[in-house]
Write a protein that binds this ligand. Structure first.
Ligand code: RNT
Ligand code: ZN
Length: 425
């Protein structure tokens, strides 16, 4: 479907691009070196439509939903790993896998979420080790009978709250084990669906309960060398349209006060509100943050990430201010209407392209123009940069990283669909 890019053509185009960028004072080789050092955390849940492998009977989807019925969904941990491996083989660089607790491997015995142990994730850890990947982790506070009321850590019932506190503590312990085993800290991100469909009478009590629960969850000391705690806010969800307990203000306050990572999900704000502009503010008060890069279409729809202006703005904010070692880049989207491996590859490659474009920007020049008050030249230069040949640099990078350049990766996915995915019921 896509032509296999010719090696000589790629090199020629790259050397041209190198000269073009040099005229702007930008070193393409340096940009590629920096790009190669950035891990992106691939979310496991794109591969099976946020299903998990526990087979629990539950009504609670947590207000998130994958739509579509494209064939080939991963049905077992082995299938999911195989698919992720295929995706990773088509993405340049070394990355991470972001796992949810509901992907535990309990060998057929029922282990409830508050009883999960590191051993239930050993299969994933061994696989990550074998593939040279870091890992991140998440408690799963939805798709479980104890979450069917729509409340977890902020539930009015002590017993239900206790269950989810235990689950989150178990997950931090598992995160620490993962981090220790893999030699790179695991970011364990707490997101809960808690909220009301309709107008609340008391917005305060659930938030006070959530704060208390989080204090208990984070009360267990765990070395940040192995595990980093993150908290993710949200504006609304399906079934929690009127009120979400863990709002942006709630978690921003919590993260700053308790030195936790704040997770900014691109789809968790008002439709025209981006996360890019928030980064330079929160980084003044927080050591590190986590991003869930996503794409909302009209709402928090979790579409596959593409190289949009929003995505580019996020990448620019991270790169321009040198935040690369303080911002953890995670992806969060799920589309069941297209090939799931292709979704991973498209979204991750788009994220990397965004970062590359930001690294190819003559930022110092732009800042200089701004400082001089020459906003005319600033705008003109920003506009000019949009048509510089970053595609040639990207293709060269893919080639050097031994993954297909251009759209040729799709040929491999189509083949994989025929050979592997088609056989799944
Ligand atoms: C939900 C949050 C959360 C989930 C994953 C599955 O709105 O974005 O990050 O998508 O935990
Ligand atoms: Zn998210």
């Amino acid at each position: 479907m896509f032509p296999h890019a010719d090696e000589a053509l790629i090199e020629q185009a790259y050397f041209n691009a190198q000269e073009v960028y040099a005229q702007y004072g930008v070193d393409t080789a340096k940009a590629l070196e920096r790009l190669a050092a950035i891990p992106v955390s691939l979310h496991c849940w794109q591969g099976d439509d946020v299903g998990g492998f526990e087979h629990v009977e539950s009504a609670s989807g947590g207000g998130i939903q994958a739509t579509g019925n494209y064939p080939g969904r991963a049905r077992t941990p082995d299938e999911l790993r195989q698919d992720a491996e295929k995706a990773l083989s088509l993405i340049p660089g070394k990355h991470r896998l972001n796992l949810h607790a509901m992907y535990a491997e309990t060998g057929g015995t029922k282990v409830d979420r508050n009883e999960l142990q590191p051993e239930h994730f050993q299969g994933w850890i061994d696989w990550a080790k074998a593939n040279g990947l870091g890992m991140d982790f998440n408690p799963t506070c939805f798709a479980h009978p104890m979450a069917d009321d729509g409340f977890t850590l902020s539930h009015r019932d002590d017993g239900i709250r206790r269950f989810w506190i235990e689950h989150c503590i178990a997950c931090r312990t598992i995160g620490a084990h993962i981090g220790q085993e893999l030699g790179t800290p695991c970011v364990t991100n707490v997101w809960i669906p808690d909220g009301f469909k309709d107008i609340p009478a008391d917005r305060f009590t659930p938030r006070a309960l959530l704060k208390e629960s989080l204090d208990t969850v984070f009360g267990l000391p765990i070395p940040t060398e192995h595990n980093l705690d993150a908290v993710e806010s949200k504006l609304f969800g399906i079934g929690s349209e009127s009120y979400v307990v863990g709002s942006h203000e709630f978690y921003m306050g919590y993260a700053i006060k308790n030195n936790k990572l704040l997770c900014l999900d691109a789809g968790h704000f008002h439709p025209t509100e981006g996360i890019a502009d928030k980064i330079s503010s929160v980084m003044l008060y927080l050591d590190q943050i986590l991003l869930h890069v996503s794409r909302g279409v009209r709402w928090d729809s979790d579409h596959v990430v593409v190289l949009s202006d929003d995505l580019r703005a996020i990448a620019e904010e991270i790169v321009r201010h040198g935040f690369l070692d303080r911002v953890h880049i995670g992806l969060d989207f799920f589309d069941a209407s297209i090939n799931r491996v292709a979704a991973w590859v498209t979204g991750t490659r788009a994220m990397l392209k965004g970062l590359l474009i930001a690294m190819l920007e003559p930022s110092a020049k732009l800042v200089e123009l701004e400082a001089e008050g020459d906003y005319t030249a600033r705008l003109a230069l920003l506009e000019e940069l949009k048509t510089l040949p970053y595609g040639a640099v990207w293709n060269y990078y893919c080639r050097k990283s031994e993954v297909p350049a251009g759209g040729a990766w799709l040929n491999a996915v189509k083949q994989y669909e025929k050979d592997v995915l088609a056989a799944r019921g």
